[in-house]
Design a protein around this ligand. Structure first.
Ligand SMILES: [Zn+2]
Length: 197
């Protein structure tokens, strides 16, 4: 007979599976199967809700390394670093002081009525460390824009690739479409550091 025990959350089960297979490239299928089975063994009647999403979140938090699409790896050393790894209050203080309590992008400070954030220059999920050198002061708006511009960057690179492909294939309609989209980027000064012509 099974011992009655505390039920584990989906997140805990996912973490348990990866911890049992450290430094191994794991496709999501077997992970989800195992979590689903354990979830059922715990006496849950309904299947676990979206374990795959939990895996993605663990990656975004820096706990899992994405090897390629659908394949993740748990590196105990890296994960341990991330768990501890936000700026300490002392580091935040040092970063704000170094940046003279001003947003390093627009220059606004508390006197201008903006909220200041301490941001990781290289994000943690890409391996950026919580060191003063990797920190910067951003106002709430620039911090938001930084995140959004990361998304538009992905889009711009995709249209550049599409354009190259369409040119190679001689698909003039697609060439015209991509050029127009890229010109809209240019018109609004979005991601100007990525060149396409
Ligand atoms: Zn700013």
């Amino acid at each position: 007979m099974r011992q009655p025990k505390q039920r584990k959350t989906i997140r805990e089960l996912v973490q348990e599976y990866f911890q049992q297979h450290p430094n191994t490239d794991l496709p999501h299928g077997p992970v989800v199967d195992w979590v689903t089975e354990q979830w059922r063994l715990q006496g849950n009647e309904t299947p676990p809700r979206d374990p795959w999403r939990v895996i993605r979140h663990l990656h975004q938090e820096g706990w899992l390394i994405k090897v390629r699409k659908g394949v993740y790896r748990y590196d105990p050393e890296a994960a341990g670093r991330v768990a501890l790894d936000d700026f300490t209050p002392e580091q935040k203080q040092a970063i704000l002081e170094r940046d003279q309590y001003r947003c390093v992008i627009c220059g606004k400070g508390l006197a201008d009525g903006v909220e200041l954030h301490v941001d990781h220059i290289r994000p943690r999920y890409l391996g950026g460390r919580s060191e003063i050198e990797n920190g910067q002061t951003l106002c709430a708006q620039c911090n938001f824009r930084k995140k959004v511009y990361k998304q538009t960057e992905t889009g711009k690179r995709m249209f550049i690739r599409l354009l190259q492909l369409a040119e190679k294939e001689g698909d003039l309609q697609m060439v015209a479409f991509c050029r127009e989209v890229l010109r809209v980027y240019e018109k609004h000064g979005v991601n100007d550091h990525i060149r396409w012509e």
